[in-house]
Design a protein around this ligand. Sequence first.
Ligand code: PEP
Ligand code: MN
Length: 331
Amino acid sequence: MLVVMKNDATEAQVQAVIHEIKKLGYRGIPMPGAQRTAVCIIGNKGPVEDSRLLALDGVKETIPVTKPYKLVSRETQPESTVIAIGDVKIGGGGLVMMAGPCAVESEEQALTIARLVAEYGAQVFRGGAFKPRTSPYSFQGLGEEGLKILQKVRKETGLLIVTEATDHTNIEVVEQYADIIQIGARNMQNYSLLRRAGHASKPILLKRGFAATIDELLMSAEYIMSEGNNQVILCERGIRTFSDNTRHTLDLSAILSIKEASHLPIVVDPSHAAGRREYVIPLSKGAVAVGADGILVEVHHDPSQALSDGMQSLYPEQFRELMAEIKLFNR
Ligand code: PEP
Ligand code: MN
């Protein structure tokens, strides 16, 4: 349930509502909006008896939330969330470009790619230091050494850094170095990691699991938000279907459904969906056309030598071309 405050409600009145909700045995989370503040009640199993809440000063009305997820729902917060990191704003109509290799392989590799994608207009550099790999024998990432390289990339290029935390043993160190902490598709339902991410001081980029429904993705985001971190960016990166012409199937209609259901920003990763670089530019254009808030693409200066995901990595020149194509959308 949502307790909607009057336009002129004071902070003390909001706190009084939160206090009353606590006395009822639930938690109240304030959701400040452009028009009004609402307090979202979480922790209730069924309907909440609202007469005591309605009697409090500053309360306008109570509204039941019909969805199983509450904090991520547009019912709770009608305005789209905008996550501001430095000068970069994610959500709310703009388009953020995140680009870089699958994995940080060396300082020279990361800096070479970062300089190019920065020159061509990316705002965020991606690159895994901790890599979740299907095979235990594949390159697992450079670990903290990779994070230190990413720090150099930020310093030299000014790009923000998004990099993955693969479990609760490395999220703490990733949090220290990253501007955005990625939680990968394989970990979308790693609930202890999601809860820990809910205590992080940095925004979280949460990727959709290969076999996850949109409701499941939103429930995972709810885990993070319910622990107090409301800076969540969702990511559609392709799902597993019977279609085997591509690595995964990019679910572009998910962007529309998610925008309807949730106020959180959503970016699209066409690289992991396609698995082939030739498909990445057209799929990115599709993502922009359906209203994605950003694109996350893999770029490598020498894909044939990449330690992971070379086949789907754009050449830097192709990233430049992608940027030019996307400008035509005028967003
Ligand atoms: C990645 O971004 O490199 C990655 C491993 O992605 P996903 O979790 O979507 O497979
Ligand atoms: Mn990859």
